[in-house]
Design a protein around this ligand. Structure first.
Ligand SMILES: [Zn+2]
Ligand SMILES: [Zn+2]
Length: 340
């Protein structure tokens, strides 16, 4: 089978490798679609701190089950699935307390262990999640980023009736905002400086704010009045917007840190103490987030199509990155099509 392997930043080569044996408890799948995400782009640029080369990428997928290993009864050949890309130890404190996304030995497929950028992939059946009949393979590959959003909202808790601010209108910010709305938030505003991404957010039914035109403080006042925001999701990972999130928080607000923050970030901790703010990290997802993502899509509450901006054949994996470089904010979710 063909496998796309990144030998060093910016260089992808195709290799013919044997399809691995399907062991007991495992399944073989044929990969259909792979979404490219922000972390993949960091790997392409050699800027992902926890990835070494060579690496096989691909962690946002849909795939069709092609073979069942001994003892696998929960799937049948032909099922459309997605795959949780976390490889965990099963022994550490988080793993033994249901928090395996925080595993002390966490390895993620496509970063610290082999990803799914190959025609076939063999994986433990427990990592596969069946997608509902009728779900397209593109939407199937969007369940992973939506699970990120579901987890972020879960980290806050019951969002029904709450005033929500989402900072950042990239795919994750957009999906966090859509998830909050789908789960009954009173009002959700999303801030973004790219006109293109603002338009996409509008298409998804979100209330948009361009912080180059209105300050976040004013936008919060006009959306929520003196009540302010109950929760602010930072989905950029920029020290500047994190600081701003703290500054505009109301007393008792929660700030959920969803964006990957590459730099140290000066936070006014005196303000955090005095305002009883809670700063809450959110990292990846667990199976319950996948299930919730699938449920929200099933209820017709999530708009994916507006986010899928480009499609690139598997034979031109590097082309996906060049396209992202050229299109910048206009490339939101680029889908690798394995059939081409
Ligand atoms: Zn990703
Ligand atoms: Zn562990």
């Amino acid at each position: 089978m063909k496998q796309a392997i990144m030998l060093e930043p910016g260089r992808i080569e195709y290799r013919d490798v044997p399809v691995p044996e399907v062991g007991p408890g495992q399944i073989e799948v044929k990969i259909r679609k792979i979404g490219v995400c922000g972390s993949d782009i960091h790997v392409w640029h050699g800027k992902h701190p926890y990835t070494s080369y060579p690496v096989v990428q691909g962690h946002e997928v849909s795939a069709v089950v092609t073979k069942l290993g001994e003892g696998v009864t929960e799937f049948k050949v032909g099922d459309l699935v997605t795959i949780q890309p976390q490889v965990v130890c099963g022994k550490c404190y988080p793993c033994t307390h249901g928090l395996y996304n925080d595993c002390e030995e966490l390895k993620v497929m496509g970063f610290q262990t082999t990803g799914m950028a190959s025609e076939y992939f063999v994986v433990d059946a427990v990592k596969a999640i069946k997608l509902p009949d009728g779900m397209s393979d593109e939407h199937g590959a969007m369940i992973e980023p939506l699970a990120v959003a579901c987890h972020a909202v879960r980290r806050f808790g019951d969002i029904a009736g709450k005033n929500v601010v989402v900072i950042g209108g990239g795919p994750i910010g957009n999906l966090v905002a859509q998830t909050a709305k789908a789960k009954g938030a009173a009002k959700v505003i999303i801030t973004e400086i790219s006109d293109y991404r603002l338009k996409v957010a509008e298409k998804c039914g979100l209330i948009t704010v361009n912080p180059t035109q209105t300050t976040l403080r004013d936008a919060i006042r006009s959306a929520f009045g003196s009540d302010g925001a109950d929760v602010i999701f930072e989905c950029i990972g920029s020290p500047k917007t994190l600081e701003e999130a703290v500054e505009v928080a109301r007393k008792g607000s929660d700030i959920i840190v969803v964006g990957v923050v590459p730099d140290l970030c000066p936070i006014n901790m005196g303000f955090v103490q005095d305002h009883e703010l809670r700063l809450i990290g959110s990292a990846m997802y667990r199976v319950e987030d996948y299930r919730e993502a699938i449920e929200l899509v099933g209820k017709g509450l999530i708009e994916f199509d507006a986010l899928i901006t480009h499609r690139v054949p598997f034979s031109d994996y590097a082309g996906a990155y060049r396209l992202i470089e050229e299109q910048k904010d206009k490339a939101m979710k680029v889908m690798i099509d394995m059939e081409k």
